[in-house]
Design a protein around this ligand. Structure first.
Ligand SMILES: [Zn+2]
Length: 154
């Protein structure tokens, strides 16, 4: 878990420092046919700013899904179930758990940035989409788990 946090912060730092010279790389449609591969040039053609509207929405979605997961897990704990991915101690320490959820979002954005940086713009988007999907379904699953202490019916 410490490793995850360290990774998140280092990626975050990398993103901030690497953001400055980015606008320079935006060359408008100069049709240079690189001898490399077709898909490579295609991806290069659709250069965009990292913090464009689409990514902003995707990251917001990931953050929202993480928040949803946070509350669903706390809900799960209140009902007496066990969290399987992290220890109960961590979840019960709400502040620390919130940091972990935030770090998850940070790692996701960091991974997206790396893909963006190396020209893999589809993977960049999919990182957020898959993360959003997995986190949301996990949170829904938390709510769907059977309550350990069911309300006694009279
Ligand atoms: Zn990109």
């Amino acid at each position: 878990m410490i490793l995850l946090l360290a990774l998140a912060t280092s990626m975050w730092a990398g993103r901030v420092s690497a953001q400055a010279p980015e606008t320079e790389g935006q060359t408008p449609t100069s049709t240079v046919v690189a001898p490399g591969g077709k898909s490579q040039t295609e991806e290069r053609m659709q250069q965009h700013r990292f913090w464009d509207k689409k990514n902003a929405w995707l990251f917001a979605g990931v953050g929202a899904a993480r928040t949803f997961d946070y509350f669903s897990t706390l809900n799960l704990r209140r009902r007496g179930d066990q969290e399987i991915l992290v220890t109960n101690d961590l979840v019960d320490n709400h502040a620390a758990f919130a940091v972990v959820e935030a770090a998850g979002t940070g790692v996701s954005i960091g991974a997206s940035y790396l893909f963006h940086h190396y020209g893999h713009h589809k993977l960049e988007r999919w990182t957020s989409i898959v993360h959003f999907g997995l986190t949301t379904s996990g949170a829904v699953r938390n709510y769907c788990l059977k309550t350990v202490h069911p309300r006694s019916t009279p």
